[in-house]
Design a protein around this ligand. Sequence first.
Ligand SMILES: [Zn+2]
Length: 328
Amino acid sequence: MNSIASEPRLTCDLCGSAGEVAQSGIRDPDGNIDGSWSFRRCANAACGTYWLDPAPPPHELWKAYATYHTHTRKSAGRLGKSMLSFAHRFIKLGLLPLWIANGMKREADYLRFMTLGEEPIGKLLDVGCGGGRLLNRMKKRGWQVEGTDFDAQAAQRVASRYGIKVHVGDLPQCDLADNSFDAITMSQAIEHLYDPKATLRECLRILKPGGLLVMTTPNAHSIGATEFGASWRGWEAPRHLHLFTVDALRNLTRQAGFEVPEATTYSAGSAVVYRVSREILQGSSRSWLGKLAMLLWSYRKEMHEFSTQHDEPHTGQNVLIRARKPTH
Ligand SMILES: [Zn+2]
């Protein structure tokens, strides 16, 4: 484990209000960084953002990512692994009729294209594009695509693998032209930023009038967060610097100048978050049978979370915001 310097952040840097500690005792789920972390929640009802306190200063943050992609979990051995991957597919196939029947498949398909499936084809920017899979998918559908990412190596890989242009750095540093994109996507990215408001304003500037911003981020009021407390995978300290609820991210997006027609949560993919959260809490099972039981349990949790949305909306694993730049 590596240590990282950190400094207290007692007030909300989005609105300046004070906030109580909402969750403490959080450890780096990837085991990179030493220490115990907390999130405060902004007391201002018009904001409601969660932020990491204490937090690494910007010049230290790279340490939190230094072994981010190379960490490996305890594996079950080759035979166990192939059994599990078989089981995984088998479970998914078996669940397919159920998924189709209760609408989970529709939700997953909607999110696979970051909700742009029904939008007129145009020019797309994916902020924090990582491995570039979404961009490649959209390119195949006829979109003109570009990405941004902090990681110069990741950017290089996307460029050489898919022939897609990726700007390196924080969005405000990328210096993109006014009114130049029809859509911007930010999947699981805003929670990593020191200044989410500056990035949203930048999105507003570079979108065409009427252009669409689509964001997803872990939901601090999800069933998983409530159930697992400090062990919930979504805290991901100290890499997540802000976390949101539906209301908090809708507020911030409106303040940045957007119209927000859709603010909701979704459960697609939450099985993995349940699984990892439980492993953080209890440690992982060594036997493949134990892992199989865990897999089944996690899919049951995802289905339960999905069906709960009817009675308790906005408790899904991730927040989804669709926002438009005003046309005048
Ligand atoms: Zn605030």
